[in-house]
Write a protein that binds this ligand. Sequence first.
Ligand SMILES: *[C@@H]1O[C@H](CO)[C@@H](O)[C@H](O)[C@H]1NC(C)=O
Ligand SMILES: *[C@@H]1O[C@H](CO)[C@@H](O)[C@H](O)[C@H]1NC(C)=O
Ligand SMILES: *[C@@H]1O[C@H](CO)[C@@H](O)[C@H](O)[C@H]1NC(C)=O
Ligand SMILES: *[C@@H]1O[C@H](CO)[C@@H](O)[C@H](O)[C@H]1NC(C)=O
Length: 273
Amino acid sequence: MSKDQEYHPLIDDPSGDVEDVEPPAKSTWRSKFSHTVLAVLLAAETLALGIAVFALFSRASQTACTVPLHSQHALYSPALEAVEQEVQVYNVGFSSDFSPFQIPSSPELDKMWSDLYNFGISRITKEEAAKLPNKTHAIPGDDGYYIAELDVFHNLHCLNKVRMALDPDYYPDWRISTTNNWIPSQKNATQHVSHCVDWIRQSIMCNSDTSVIVWQWEDYLNASVVKGNVAHTCRKFDKLQTWAKNRTLRKAYDPTVHIEDDIVVPVFYSELP
Ligand SMILES: *[C@@H]1O[C@H](CO)[C@@H](O)[C@H](O)[C@H]1NC(C)=O
Ligand SMILES: *[C@@H]1O[C@H](CO)[C@@H](O)[C@H](O)[C@H]1NC(C)=O
Ligand SMILES: *[C@@H]1O[C@H](CO)[C@@H](O)[C@H](O)[C@H]1NC(C)=O
Ligand SMILES: *[C@@H]1O[C@H](CO)[C@@H](O)[C@H](O)[C@H]1NC(C)=O
């Protein structure tokens, strides 16, 4: 029943405590810049700095920070170029407002889930790999390209496995708390589902959604009731899907071939406490 044999489960991977830190400043000044361009850039930079300082001071009064105050940027990801935000209202998921994913287990539902992420192992360029906060490996036989996976797709893979474990009559391989759930590609389903639940917990906490759920008065009930259909700031998922689909690693990746390279993790990340 496992629809994603090619997907690499992260079993046994220690979960890294990646801090939210500012990437190292780039020094890309070139002498060929005219004075005008320099002046404009300097002015823009001064303005940006001013805004940043203002933002920092207005935040400083509200929060106790565990990371340096200047650490307001996301870590580098080659997919940041595809990040765009939009406002979305979730399906509430009860009778009046089901999502298309709330159908019984079936080949159709399996395909809908698989279509969300089953292209999620990507090939990125060496230049992109060199900017990652963590080192990744070169793809054997694909000169200059490195293997990478956006965590959003791993998250979805994990949630799908939890979903399958919740319907063990349909997905017997995913029945947990039994000794008969060893799937060669996914290892021990009990351990895998445990990993997935905890990974999703960390992801939800990491992304701490601050959208506000509200209560509104309903005359017909003579009561105020909780309303889930509120506005959320969301990243456009289809943009990230397009980004990944354009870079899908299509050939089999041979993890037994080691390729040395000269990439050094930026000092700024490796010196984190
Ligand atoms: C799978 O993992 C669980 C929890 O660690 C363990 O109790 C069980 O014996 C394992 N099953 C197999 C087949 O290895
Ligand atoms: C709501 O409360 C008002 C005032 O107590 C009452 O007159 C009315 O009948 C109630 N309506 C319903 C639907 O219970
Ligand atoms: C697809 O990726 C290549 C680099 O691998 C890039 O040059 C191209 O612009 C991308 N196309 C789209 C539609 O994102
Ligand atoms: C990734 O980088 C973080 C931050 O420097 C570090 O804590 C973690 O151990 C690294 N993990 C790997 C697999 O390189």
